[in-house]
Design a protein around this ligand. Structure first.
Ligand code: CTP
Length: 443
């Protein structure tokens, strides 16, 4: 229950307390909510009254709630009730000088762990999908780099409208998470799909989004090929698509890890919720991985070019014009650094678990076992990339997981597990689960 100590003081100076609400049934999700900093955006819909209940639930679980109330939202709930329940000042104005001097919209957008939009009207979803920033809420949504969860609430016709469907698909593709809407009685007395999810469901969605078994752990994933320049127009590359590495980064992020994905050039979309570092060469990839340390786990799925031209020419190399059978340019190659081996041998910041891949065309398991030894890593996922398997570029993979045996031995004494032929997404999910299990039991 809110109590004010002196109603004559300016709002920010007042001591507002809300007692922990024992009536909230949190069903074991309190650990995710403890100290979680939530930016709650309340936009204009009748469901805004349920957001007051959501604030109570978040606070009961130990979360800090920083509220933004849009102009529309303020038609349905008052700033006073929101502030009283959140124990925080309500932010509404983009151009408020007092706000700008104390906390600008960029800090509002970043100094949180999660942004929740509840209720999310069709209007705010449309603005988010199109990058429109015309008030405080939409500006913060555009500026944030934190996970966003939206709880749509609107009339069922608006929900079914092709524009809303497009906007939502767009947002989901950008990694925005959604909860609801539910089927039921709507504001206008109609029955249909459009009711905002109940506060308890929103809390469960937060738990789902942030409560994964890799929560609090950092992962570095390498992915894709590298491009090693010969001259300004030519380079050495390979057939890696980046599908497996990107899928692994996404799977680890879904389980709650803070993932840095260091990727060579690929056509793959950025997995939601990962920090992307785009590189071209093996040397840049190594530098980016070292920069991303410390980490709990490193997964090297990139197909790093083993060699690079000794010299990348500043001008395009021209054909010898002296005769029809022009001699090919003489290309001298030098070896690239081994990123996996460098991470596994790192003196001060070796990740607890270092995982490599072995791309082989023959003797897959035997070669992979020897790589486990030479590279000094803990696990190797061996995959057959011979042309008949079509692994490169395909959506499927067949792997063996080879790990150092419990006695610390590798090579022949290592454990070899054959995984069934599966989609690269499934391989990634299984690997992420295994990492969570291993790091969890070692903690
Ligand atoms: N790797 C790396 N840096 C390199 C080469 C490879 O980090 N310069 C990593 C890959 O990301 C993969 C593992 O080492 O996790 C094995 O890569 P692979 O291409 O199968 O083997 P190579 O080390 O290149 O050996 P070879 O070409 O002889 O098979």
């Amino acid at each position: 229950m809110a109590t004010r100590n002196d109603p004559n003081l300016p709002f920010e100076a007042q001591q507002i307390r809300v007692s922990t609400d024992s009536s909230w049934e949190l069903n074991g999700i309190t650990s995710v909510l403890t100290n979680l900093r939530v930016l709650l955006i309340i936009s204009g819909g009748i469901a805004a009254y349920k957001s007051l209940e959501l604030i109570r639930g978040l606070r009961a679980g130990g979360a800090h709630v920083r509220p933004i109330l849009t102009k529309g939202g303020a038609q349905f709930v008052t700033p006073l009730s929101v502030a009283s329940l959140a124990c925080e000042k309500v932010h509404s104005e983009l151009y408020s000088l007092t706000d700008e001097s104390k906390i600008d919209h960029i800090r509002l957008a970043r100094e949180v762990d999660l942004v929740v939009v509840a209720p999310a009207t069709a209007d705010i979803l449309a603005k988010m999908a199109n990058g429109i920033a015309d008030d405080l809420a939409t500006t913060v949504l555009l500026a944030t780099d934190r996970p966003i969860l939206v709880a749509p609430a609107m009339n069922s016709r608006m929900w079914d409208n092709a524009a809303t469907r497009r906007n939502l698909a767009h947002l989901q593709g950008d990694g925005v998470m959604t909860v609801g809407p539910a089927h039921g009685e709507l504001a206008e007395g109609e029955i249909g799909l459009g009711r905002m999810a109940e506060p308890a469901q929103i809390l469960a969605a937060i738990d789902n989004a942030l409560g994964g078994p890799l929560l609090g752990l950092c992962a570095i994933v390498t992915s894709g090929p590298t491009h090693e320049p010969i001259d300004p127009v030519r380079y050495i590359a390979n057939r890696s698509s980046g599908k497996q590495g990107h899928a692994i980064a996404g799977a680890c992020a879904r389980l709650g890890a803070a993932v840095t994905l260091v990727s060579g050039p690929t056509a793959e979309a950025d997995p939601p919720g990962v920090a992307m570092v785009r590189v071209e060469t093996a040397r840049d990839m190594l530098a980016a991985c070292l920069e991303a340390l410390p980490a709990d786990v490193a997964i090297c799925a990139a197909a790093v070019s083993d060699w690079r031209p000794a010299e990348a020419r500043a001008q395009k190399i021209k054909k010898d014009k002296s005769g029809a059978a022009a001699a090919p340019a003489d290309l001298k190659l030098v070896e690239n650094p081994d990123i996996l081996a460098a991470l596994a041998a790192h003196e001060n910041e070796r990740p607890r678990l270092v995982i490599g891949f072995a791309a082989e065309t023959d003797d897959v398991v035997a070669y992979a076992q020897s790589k486990l030894v030479t590279k000094g890593c803990d696990w190797i996922l061996a995959n057959d990339v011979s042309p008949e398997t079509g692994t490169f570029g395909s959506n499927h993979n067949k792997v063996h997981l080879i790990s150092v045996a419990a006695d610390g031995q590798s090579g022949d004494a290592a454990t070899v597990e054959e995984w069934a032929y599966a989609s690269k997404l499934d391989v990634a999910a299984r690997l992420a689960q295994r990492i969570a299990y291993t790091l969890g039991s070692a903690a």
